[in-house]
Design a protein around this ligand. Structure first.
Ligand code: ADP
Ligand code: MG
Length: 231
């Protein structure tokens, strides 16, 4: 059995609908969707060890089946530059998680490479009651949240569809390059859309998927956070 099937059956077995970030990103990797490198630490000394391995700066995040929106729980700390900062962040994140939800089960703390800031895009999927698996694309932050500048296609999509999705949002000129921002690698974004389309068609039990944000670079792209919810 492949990784994706294993992860989904394991979640089912445990009665979980929301996959952990580690699980969602492992699935992404199987579908050639680029993600930040990560390792799950279970004790404080491991967090520092993994940070050294990945190289500073790193990001630490809570991994809990009971905490879906990690920042809301004080569960994300970015730009940690030394062993001491990593160890402090490790303790702080666990403390915050306890405060947020005393009964939260904790799988560990994820240590991950810090992706350089860039133009952020979002790729999402929802299972529509009428149309079935549907893909969403937009630029991150205010473009999606405030301006609702997003576009949808029913899956599966072709490369032409993916190209249309990326170029038809109003914020597209930002991806084409703007003042000091170099043009983003549009093909890399199109490839993630196509991989996501394949993933949700292969696994119709995926009810929601959220790659938010994806950093779009001049060469390539990197998914910083991934969420998958099962039916
Ligand atoms: P959640 O959406 O569950 O609150 P995220 O994993 O999206 O948590 O983290 C919150 C924010 O922290 C992200 O939107 C991003 O701006 C930043 N961030 C998270 N992980 C990284 C990373 N590996 N590299 C750079 N920035 C990150
Ligand atoms: Mg997020």
């Amino acid at each position: 059995m492949n990784e994706t099937s294993k992860i989904i059956s394991q979640a089912r077995l445990e009665g979980r609908k929301a996959l952990l970030e580690t699980e969602a990103k492992t699935i992404c990797m199987e579908y050639a969707i680029p993600v930040t490198k990560f390792k799950l630490a279970k004790i404080e000394s491991e967090a520092a060890e993994f940070a050294e391995e990945l190289g500073f700066p790193v990001v630490l995040k809570i991994v809990s089946p009971d905490i879906i929106h990690k920042s809301d729980a004080g569960g994300v700390m970015v730009n940690l530059k030394s062993n001491v900062e990593v160890q402090d962040a490790y303790r702080k994140i666990l403390e915050n998680a306890k405060k947020y939800k005393a009964t939260a089960k904790i799988a560990g703390v994820l240590v991950q490479e810090m992706a350089p800031q860039s133009t952020e895009v979002i790729i999402g999927a929802i299972k529509d009651t009428q149309f079935g698996q549907t893909l969403m694309f937009g630029l991150g932050g205010i473009f999606v949240e405030l301006l609702k500048d997003v576009t949808f296609r029913v899956a599966p999509i072709t490369r032409e569809d993916a190209h249309e999705m990326v170029t038809e949002v109003k914020a597209y000129p930002l991806l084409k390059g703007y003042r000091n921002t170099p043009p983003a690698d549009i093909d890399a974004i199109i490839n993630i859309l196509l991989s996501t389309s394949k993933l949700i068609m292969d696994y119709p039990e995926i009810k929601e998927l959220d790659l938010n944000p994806i950093m779009a670079y001049a060469d390539g792209a990197k998914t910083v956070d991934a969420r998958i919810i099962l039916e």
